[in-house]
Write a protein that binds this ligand. Structure first.
Ligand code: COA
Length: 426
């Protein structure tokens, strides 16, 4: 029996606003930088790694299997298999669950799990007509033959097709969905801005006292490797309730409450954790920061309130762990939007939600604000979709260990109405 799955360590690149520090890099560049550093810091034998799983939500068309490319680019032996996963914003959480499953099944003893996103490098597509004309032209003979397919091209065919951060099944953007949740759940602008303010305040404190800085590696920017990115660039030390209150709503300009300040920003970055079976960790003298106790995935209808998945996934993971929300010493809740955080907390604390959605009489429990996102959250630090889950896991494991806590909870909402939750223990 492999016993439990230990979280040995985690590492991430600094997170940067899309289009800034990493504007010339790819998700693979970022993923390689953090996995290389993770391997070096933990001094694990690269040949001992049984698999690498990496999450990415908007994959490169040219290198879609981020897991395998990281193996080949980060100095791991070519014999290590790797794959990519996509569970939207919970992709790195899914990568961690995949590696944990492989360890629990006895298929591996050591694995790397994480993810990356580089929104500075999203694939921008040609229209279907333009793509067809290009393909026909490449097969045609002679100059006239090559030009002929373009005679059909109309101005609208020249408009590039960039991926939208929208729900394919409903067409609503994530921001519009958050706006809908704020309205239907009665989440005030003040409450959203309060969550955003705390996110920045806690993140700034955790950077200043070195807690978050210890989780990040330096990224030397190719091709000359002279520029180096050493710190997150989204956290605002000067965040204030007044400045947040002055921002205009973005997704419903007239009646809305969701602003650039209380939304997670478009972000580039990568993060990864090293997982090991308890037995192997003991044999090699690695002291895990924490162990994985349980996890769960759930989903709601995206046509309703899109980002309510955690309201179902959290109670499921707690039940599998045989624990209650009150047992959690710390909670890391992904902040896609402050409205989504407040809505999910409302659901967990609601008897109506428990009765109607979970078939239970009592509410899941109260979320103690003093235990929530104590090192800041995605609003302040940023949210590279594929990477966030590994950031949450690293911070939770480190902080739980620092505080000598016993149990920690991770909660993530994701596109498609999905939610992911994990309980870790020490
Ligand atoms: C909300 C969103 C549209 C804003 O994009 P943006 O306009 O490029 O954002 P910016 O960073 O330029 O911020 C806009 C303004 O607000 C200001 N601002 C943002 N946060 C602030 C804060 N905490 N305090 C004060 N000002 C703030 C910026 O300084 C900027 O001001 P300026 O126009 O004077 O320069 C974008 O971040 C977004 O789409 N986020 C959601 C991402 C998403 O859907 N994720 C999926 C989650 S599941």
């Amino acid at each position: 029996m492999p016993g439990r799955v230990g979280i040995i360590a985690g590492c991430r690149t600094p997170f940067a606003k899309a289009g800034t520090a990493y504007r010339d890099l790819t998700a693979l560049d970022l993923a390689k930088a953090c996995v290389r550093e993770l391997i070096e810091r933990t001094e694990v034998d690269p040949a001992a790694v049984g698999l690498v799983v990496m999450g990415q939500v908007i994959p490169s068309v040219k290198a879609p299997n981020l897991g395998r490319e990281v193996v080949l680019g980060a100095g791991l032996p070519a014999a290590v298999p790797g794959h990519a996963v996509n569970r939207a914003c919970a992709s790195a959480n899914q990568a961690i669950a995949d590696v944990a499953s492989a360890i629990l099944a006895g298929h591996a003893e050591v694995g790397v799990a994480g993810g990356a996103e580089c929104l500075s490098d999203v694939p921008v597509l040609h229209s279907r007509n333009m793509a067809r004309a290009l393909a026909e032209a490449s097969r045609a003979k002679g100059l006239l033959g090559r030009l002929a397919p373009f005679a059909r091209i109309r101005p609208r065919d020249l408009v590039p097709d960039a991926p939208a951060i929208a729900e394919p099944s409903t067409g609503l953007t994530m921001g519009e969905s958050a706006e809908k949740m704020a309205k239907e759940n009665g989440i005030s602008r003040e409450e959203q801005d309060r969550i955003a303010y705390l996110s920045h305040r806690n993140a700034a404190a955790a950077i200043d006292d070195g807690r978050l800085a210890a989780e990040t590696c330096r990224v030397f920017v190719p091709p000359r490797y002279e520029a180096v990115v050493e710190a997150d660039n989204l956290v605002r030390r000067d965040a204030s309730p007044e400045a947040l209150a002055a921002l205009r709503p973005v997704f419903d300009r007239r009646f809305g409450t969701v602003t650039a300040g209380n939304s997670s920003p478009l972000t580039d970055g990568a993060a990864a954790v090293l997982l090991m079976s308890e037995e192997r960790a003991k044999a090699e003298g690695h002291a895990p920061l924490a162990f994985i106790r349980s996890w769960a995935v759930a989903a709601v209808d995206p046509g309703g309130q899109l980002l309510m998945g955690p309201g179902l996934a959290v109670p499921k993971a707690l039940e599998r762990a045989g624990l209650a929300l009150a047992d959690m010493d710390l909670i890391e809740m992904h902040e896609a939007f402050a409205a989504q955080v407040a809505s999910n907390i409302q659901a967990l604390e609601s008897e109506t939600w428990a009765r109607e959605k979970l078939g239970r009489r009592a509410a899941v429990g109260k979320v103690d604000p003093a235990r929530l996102n104590v090192c800041g959250g995605s609003i302040a630090i940023g949210h590279p979709f594929g990477a966030t889950g590994a950031r949450l896991t690293t911070t939770l494991a480190n902080e739980l260990s620092r505080r000598q806590g016993r149990f920690g909870l991770i909660s993530v909402c994701a596109q498609g109405g999905m939610g992911f939750a994990m309980v870790i223990e020490r």
